[in-house]
Write a protein that binds this ligand. Sequence first.
Ligand SMILES: NC(=O)c1ccc[n+]([C@@H]2O[C@H](COP(=O)([O-])OP(=O)(O)OC[C@H]3O[C@@H](n4cnc5c(N)ncnc54)[C@H](O)[C@@H]3O)[C@@H](O)[C@H]2O)c1
Length: 256
Amino acid sequence: MPKTPDYFVGKTIVITGGASGIGRATALIFAREGANVVAADIDGEGARRTAEAIQQQGGHALGLATDVASRAEVDDMVAKAIAEYGQVDFMFNCAGSAFRRAKFLEIDDELHKKTFDLNVNGVFYGMQAVLPGMLARGAGVIVNVASMSHKRGGPGASVHYAASKAAVLTMTLGVAREHAKDGVRALSISPGPVATPFQEAADTPPELMEKFLADVPMGRFGEPEEIGELVLFMCSDACGYMTADTVYVNGGGGWR
Ligand SMILES: NC(=O)c1ccc[n+]([C@@H]2O[C@H](COP(=O)([O-])OP(=O)(O)OC[C@H]3O[C@@H](n4cnc5c(N)ncnc54)[C@H](O)[C@@H]3O)[C@@H](O)[C@H]2O)c1
């Protein structure tokens, strides 16, 4: 929660991957606090549904169809957010996928490329699109979604994904430290397994799901809201001295 009551009222967050899972849950949490929410997703219909859910509760939201693997579409997303709400105070780069599970030697060029286009380039474009405005105002927070998998490397199932998330973590570290004196903070979150359509999208087999669960001492998957509330804290004025690092949210487990 913020230190200042109503801290988020009238401030604007752009959320990629805002149609589903962690991005959608975070959109609803920021709307609850009175923020303007721009939910962007390659699933434009889904993004609009998130925006409509917020509007129905009296909040301010915009749903956009955006492929974050395209710099032009990311620039357009941020331009539309600024046209609607004047500025972007916070950015949550949440869009991401493992696409499919594969052993290392079965990761072909296409899977490798599309994983990095989405998970790495999407975050790179997003940060480059919002940073100039934040630097000009001397204020802003960027939160990127990495993954617990960067610690273990994704052996046997997702080296492509784990490596892309390690890049997210490192980019966040570099951007945060480069701009530490400029009023802009950047952080990443490394979740363990969270109950969203993510595993289905990656076609995760049941035995891998059981392995994920067995690795979590709390004995359950996380809920998307348990990530979203952390994003809220990270963006708030209660979190002023935290930048650069990743925060693990994993029920005490997550492949140490
Ligand atoms: N669920 C987990 O277990 C887990 C664990 C660690 C990290 N993560 C990360 O959390 C983030 C959110 O995932 P989630 O669990 O909410 O999954 P999700 O599948 O519910 O949401 C991902 C969203 O990203 C969108 N998306 C995919 N490609 C896109 C593109 N090119 N441009 C814009 N949007 C695109 C999808 O349409 C979807 O709405 C991802 O970055 C994922 O890698 C998830």
